[in-house]
Structure formats: C-alpha cells, structure tokens
Design a protein around this ligand. Structure first.
Ligand SMILES: Cc1cc2nc3c(=O)[nH]c(=O)nc-3n(C[C@H](O)[C@H](O)[C@H](O)COP(=O)(O)O)c2cc1C
Length: 311
C-alpha cells in the first residue's frame, strides 16, 4: 500500500470530542503507513467555557443558520491532498457547531474535500439528526462524499442529560451529582471506539476508501432513537423561526432582552409541550410505526446501526 494521508478536523471545548476522535482513529495514528494531520479549529474570537447562560443562548440563531464565523489560519497546507477526511463535531442547537460549519464554508475545505471520502464523528448530548442533515449539505457543497457517520451520545437517559449536560456546560463540572449519571459520553464507549479506526485502517490498506462507500457498516456506528425524532424536528422548526427573528436584531441590548424572553418561552414550551409530545407519540405510534422505521433507517445511513460479529 502506498502511504495514505488523512485529514482529521475537529473543534472541542471540553476536550471530550478530541478524546473520542483520537481514540477512534488511534489505529491510524499508530500505523506507519498512514499520516494523520490534525486540524484543531480555533475561532478568532474564542467561545467561552464554561458558558454564561446568555452567551450560550446567544449563539443559537447563527448556529441554526450555519452563519460563517472567522477562524484562525489553518495549520495544514492549502494545496495538500488527502485520501480521507474525518470531521469530528459537536452539535450546537441541533446544528453543527459554528467553527465546524464555518470550516466547511472555507476555500480550504473546497480543496481538501473535493471528490474525497468523508467520515463524520459526532459527540453530543443525544440530538444530532438535524445537524447531520446540515453536514450532508455542507459536505456535498464541497463535492465531498459522505461515506460514514459515527455518533456518540451522552450516557444518561434523555431526562437525566437534559439536566446534567447543561449543568456541565454552564458550570464546567462533570462530577456526578444527586442520583444522576455523570454527563458526557460513556468512557467504555470511547474505549471501544478503536474498532472504527481498525476498520478504517484495514480499508485504507486495501484501497477501499477509493470506492467511496461505507467502511464502517456492521459496527453499530450510529443508533437513532425513534422517540427523539419527532421532538428534534419540532424543536428545529422552532429554532428556525426564532433564529430568523433574532438574527435581524442588531442592537445587543434588545437581542439580549428577546433572548431572555425566548428562554422563558422555551422553558414553558418544554414543561407544557414535552408531556403533549409524549402522549401524542404514544397515541399515534401504531399509525406512524412504518413511517418512523423508514425515517430511522434514513437517518442511520450510510453506516447503519447493525452490529455484525467480526472475526
Ligand atoms: C452552545 C451549545 C449547544 C448545544 N446544543 C446541543 C444540541 O442541540 N444537541 C445535543 O445533543 N448536544 C448539544 N450540545 C452539547 C454538545 O454537542 C457537546 O456534547 C458538548 O458541548 C461537549 O462538547 P466538547 O466536549 O467537544 O467540548 C450543545 C453544546 C453547546 C456548547
């Protein structure tokens, strides 16, 4: 096999996504025939961590509309040619984080992704479907070919992470509290993720990436929770409406006031709307079962949720 070049792009605040990425592709990093270039995206104006509530909410309109922000110069040659591009991203308000969507609107991304196989790796709370739809479009705009998607979600159940993930992001503390599971992706899942790197390494050794088809089928790369599909779509519609309004407000004081109002509205919607969605979902499930299964299969493409025993 001729030496292979891999570009691994990421933006992580707590370092969790970086850990997920580096574990997942550790077999590539160790392989002498593969050279991995890491591109750690740096916004010109860094985002704070931990977040203040209003700063956190303030990035939602631009995130939802994938507005371009300025990034520091990239540490990879503009003219470099890669055999495979891996993009690891976190989800911000059901959208790719701003540094990642901005990278995908850069001149370099046009060059590096053109006709190349692309693998996305996500680490987020648990809602990534709408973000991945946007990623598909952005990758396609750069003439890249999405071959695989691997999604890691926070360990606790949806209700737990609704409290523990924001607490982590707003305080910086990942400590377990009360009876909740700690926030973030399960360490065991991260440790197991080397199986993805092994499969990619073997594929590169066999020139399989040139076929631009999934390299990770049968490894359980993603799992779509049918129960979250409806809430995610409804939430995204709301984000688009409020985001459009907020993007138009140039005065920062007025924008902050509207954001505060939106926060109260959002909390009320969740308290009132969530039980309604749960009841509606249960009542409509028999009617929607077939359509939900179809949608689940669609969102799980191209890698799929199936786990086939290796060996
Ligand atoms: C501004 C912001 C918005 C977020 N929105 C979502 C979301 O819509 N869905 C989700 O599953 N996770 C969401 N998260 C959680 C992130 O995807 C991610 O798990 C967390 O920020 C930790 O990432 P890091 O370890 O790479 O810094 C959000 C995080 C931030 C900072």
């Amino acid at each position: 096999m001729a030496g292979k070049k891999v570009l691994a792009v990421f933006y992580s605040q707590t370092g969790q996504l970086e850990e997920v990425l580096k574990y997942s592709i550790s077999p590539l990093i160790k392989d002498k025939l593969v050279s991995v270039t890491f591109l750690n995206l740096e916004p010109k104006t860094p985002f704070p961590f931990p977040w203040k509530v209003l700063d956190f909410l303030n990035v939602f309109p631009e995130s939802v509309y994938c507005d371009k922000i300025e990034l520091n110069e990239f540490n990879a040659e503009k003219s470099a040619e890669f055999d495979l591009v891996i993009i690891a991203y976190q989800v911000w308000f059901l959208s790719p984080s701003l540094p990642i969507s901005s990278f995908l609107q850069s001149d370099e991304a046009k060059i590096w992704l053109k006709n190349k196989p692309v693998i996305t790796i996500i680490a987020c709370r648990n809602m990534w479907l709408m973000a991945q739809e946007k990623m598909k479009k952005l990758i396609l705009k750069n003439s890249g070919v999405l071959c695989d998607n691997v999604a890691f979600v926070d360990g606790g159940n949806s209700y737990e992470t609704f409290i523990t993930t924001p607490r982590w992001l707003l305080t910086g503390s990942k400590e377990k509290f009360w009876f909740f599971s700690p926030p973030g992706v399960d360490k065991r899942k991260i440790a197991e993720s080397t199986k993805f790197g092994e499969a990619i390494k073997n594929a590169l050794r066999a020139d399989k990436e040139k076929e631009k088809k999934s390299l990770l089928k049968g490894l359980g790369a993603v799992h779509v929770d049918e129960k979250l599909m409806m809430s995610e779509k409804m939430g995204h519609r709301g984000f688009l409406i409020w985001g459009r309004l907020l993007r138009k407000i140039k005065n920062s004081k007025i924008r902050k006031a509207v954001l505060c109002f939106y926060l109260v509205f959002l909390i009320c919607m969740i308290i009132v709307g969530l039980p309604v969605i749960i009841i509606l979902r249960a009542l409509l499930y028999p009617l929607l079962k077939k359509s939900l299964k179809k949608q689940k299969a669609y969102y799980e493409e191209p890698s799929g949720s199936q786990i086939i025993a290796q060996g």
